[in-house]
Write a protein that binds this ligand. Structure first.
Ligand code: SF4
Length: 694
């Protein structure tokens, strides 16, 4: 601060990292950003923050940023710096030629949960109103798409049910497949505070995550399951609740479909779901499981918090529905301190899904097959909307390899580094005739691009992000875009280069269009956001100030649905060649593939990905802490250092995926969730052996 001078003004904006959505005051001296100060009036963070939001913003001015557009005829050619007109003209000409030669369905987009709601809305509008198809997908495909599916089916709304404030009324927190201390630090602090006040904790996770330690809970409430057995564990919990008659009959009769509950109860009460029957499969002690079930059902307000350890499985959607069953059968839904609460990994996962980024849904989770929904957008956009769902990300890549998908506009997402089966992603990208990367940095995907459009950082744009509790927060421009344009302007220029004729002059106009076409956003305007600070959707005539708690008087879909959730083992199996199970996650100071955090001071805290290995497995392989190891699976191999620790169980290994040198996704499986294609990042059969290093 001394070097940069005393701040003379400030702008309130929103952190661009995780789904907690902390508000910050960006303090400036003239045009220089001096520091980011957690904003005490921010409703998601109330003056708190973690190291990423507070300190890891230096990437916005990192010299690696590309500030001028670039083009090249072939990916083998060197990049050529050009002005915006030439770059957009080149991109539009290629897209138009491909559409003429191969048809409108040969084009598609991938947008990012890092972008604002307004940017995301425009990208899916580009696909539907200019490309004239529904080939739009989002990086939520690879994280929380099962949340959208599972909560939509059971409750009728693809979103978390509670606000963060209601953690203060939680008596029992069931944390499954999430590590809030590293992934959602500000929420973790609030949860830990509640635990210190006496709330009980159940952790279902293959690792002994920090929360278990910090809460000083008994080991009985940590259920260290074998990766891939979530559904079997939840069925065992439900078995205990049904067979010991711990369910809330009055709630179920009033709020849910009773016949469906009876069918579900018949299913889970079968002996094969008893904790004693599943202990060998799940690796969870039967008595610990019984105690956890009793605590969840009878311990007062019980809230479920979950993360990607639930969704990134071949049964990700099934697991989300199983958790919804658990909440409904115990009456833990529709009031403060309970509910089913996905902890969203990225800042705007919720928003990117809300804005119609999925190939089967228009904004507001309305299926493209619905004529009355298409009519709303056809009137607003004056083009016919394709009634056929488009391609998901993996289908786009498959179709590219097969030769029917030819052009991709990829905004704010490095699919080569973050999607599974890196070699297949590369093959798909290489097969396309036009790949447009719109990003801050020349990322790995850009190796296969023909057009690079410089992106703007969160400090350089206006818009909104929607956090994990459906809270729409304003993102305000702190400084002028270093590349000249905000991302929504670039999308508009590309659309207009293809003849669209859009004329937005401010993202507030885009929000007005969102509100006019999407009932849950009908009452959201920038003026209302300025007045209220933030708004949780739905916000409309019935809920003019927003909706902190969902499903209070009834489920959005009417009666809550019990869906029978049968455990099906993943096709990814251990065996003599690959006897260990790999699961992945992230650490506090880094973020996803590290494109931003590796370009900040935070890098000094974590300069490489390491592999956690249990002491027994290390001894069997003659490995010591810090040794180099080869990590191999049937899809690929990588080299990294080993950390010998009993945080993981015997037979389980764990690593992060923050560094491109490691490329953990070279190893991960190509299996995915049956309903949504969300990749099964959390279960890969691997072998670990000594190595001399990379
Ligand atoms: Fe940003 Fe999440 Fe940290 Fe808050 S908790 S400062 S939103 S990374």
């Amino acid at each position: 601060v001394a070097e940069l001078g005393t701040p003379d003004r400030s702008v309130v904006t929103t952190c661009a990292y995780c789904g907690v959505g902390c508000s910050f005051k960006a303090e400036l001296n003239g045009d220089e950003l001096v520091r980011m100060v957690p904003w005490k009036h921010g409703k998601a963070n109330r003056g708190h923050s973690c190291v990423k939001g507070r300190f890891a913003y230096g990437y916005a001015s990192h010299p690696d940023r590309i500030l001028k557009p670039m083009i090249r005829a072939r990916i083998e050619d060197p990049w050529r710096e050009v002005d915006w007109d030439e770059a957009l003209g080149f991109a539009a000409a290629r897209l138009t030629a491909i559409r003429q030669q191969h048809g409108r369905k040969a084009l598609g987009v991938i947008t990012s949960s890092r972008c604002t709601n307004e940017e995301t809305f425009l990208v899916q509008k580009l696909t539907r109103a200019v490309f004239l198809n529904n080939n739009t997908d989002t990086c939520a495909r690879v994280c929380h798409s099962p949340t959208g599916y599972g909560l939509g089916k059971t409750f009728g709304t693809s979103a978390g049910t509670q606000d963060f404030d209601s953690v203060e009324q939680v008596d029992v927190a069931l944390v499954i497949g999430a590590n809030p201390t590293d992934g959602h630090p500000v929420f973790a602090s609030r949860l830990k505070k509640r635990l210190r006040q006496g709330a009980k904790l159940i952790v279902i996770d293959p690792r002994r995550i920090d929360l278990v330690k910090s809460a000083h809970v008994s080991a009985a409430h940590h259920l260290p399951l074998t990766p891939g057995t979530n559904v079997a564990v939840i069925s065992a919990l439900a078995h205990v609740i049904v067979t010991e008659a711990l369910y809330d009959e009055a709630f179920i009769r009033e709020r849910c479909d009773w016949d469906e509950f009876i069918a579900f109860a018949d299913f889970v009460s079968d002996k094969r779901h008893a904790p004693e029957s599943t202990a060998l499969l799940t690796g969870v002690n039967a008595q610990a499981l019984r105690e956890a079930a009793r605590l969840y059902a009878t311990g007062g307000n019980a809230a479920i918090y979950y993360g990607l350890g639930v969704t990134e499985h071949s049964q990700g959607s099934t697991t989300v529905m199983a958790l919804a069953n658990l909440a409904m059968m115990t009456g833990n839904i529709g009031r403060a301190g309970v509910g089913v609460n996905p902890l969203r990994g990225q800042n705007n996962v919720q928003g990117s899904c809300d804005m119609g980024s999925f190939p089967h849904e228009l904004p507001g989770y309305r299926h493209v097959k619905g004529p009355e929904v298409r009519e709303i957008f056809e009137k607003a956009w004056r083009v016919p909307i394709d009634p056929e769902p488009g391609l998901r990300i993996p289908n786009m890549l498959d179709a590219a390899v097969e030769g029917t998908f030819k052009a991709l506009y990829c905004q704010g997402e490095d699919i080569l580094q973050s999607d599974p089966d890196t070699r297949h992603v590369a093959a798909g990208l290489k097969a396309m005739d036009c790949v447009i990367v719109h990003d801050l940095f020349l990322n790995e995907t850009a190796n296969y691009a023909h057009v690079f459009l410089p992106g703007s950082s969160f400090l350089e744009k206006n818009g909104t992000f929607t956090n994990a509790e459906r809270r729409i927060n304003r993102v305000r421009k702190v400084m002028a875009p270093k590349n000249g344009y905000e991302d929504w302007e670039v999308t508009q220029m590309l659309a207009n280069a293809m003849g669209a004729g859009w004329a937005y002059t401010d993202p507030g106009q885009i929000m007005a269009e969102i509100g006019a076409t999407t009932p849950s956003f009908a009452g959201v305007t920038y003026d209302r956001l300025d007045e209220l600070g933030s708004i949780q959707w739905p916000c409309n005539a019935d809920h003019p100030e927003g909706t902190p708690l969902m499903h209070v008087d009834g489920f959005v879909r009417g009666k809550g649905r019990f869906i029978v959730t049968e455990y099906v083992a993943t096709d990814e199996r251990t065996g003599p060649r690959f006897p260990l199970l790999l699961t992945t996650g992230r650490i506090l100071s880094q973020y996803n593939v590290g494109a931003q955090t590796r370009r900040t001071e935070n890098v000094v805290w974590h300069d490489q990905d390491v592999l956690e290995l249990h002491p027994h497995d290390a001894e069997n392989r003659g490995l010591n802490d810090g040794d180099w190891v080869r990590l191999a699976s049937r899809t690929g191999e990588t080299t990294l250092r080993v950390r010998v620790t009993d945080r993981v169980s015997p037979g389980v290994v764990y690593t992060t995926f923050h560094h491109p040198d490691t490329q953990a996704n070279v190893v991960t499986t190509d299996f995915s969730d049956w309903a949504t294609n969300c990749p099964e990042y959390k279960v890969t059969a691997v072998q670990v052996s000594p190595s001399n290093g990379p």
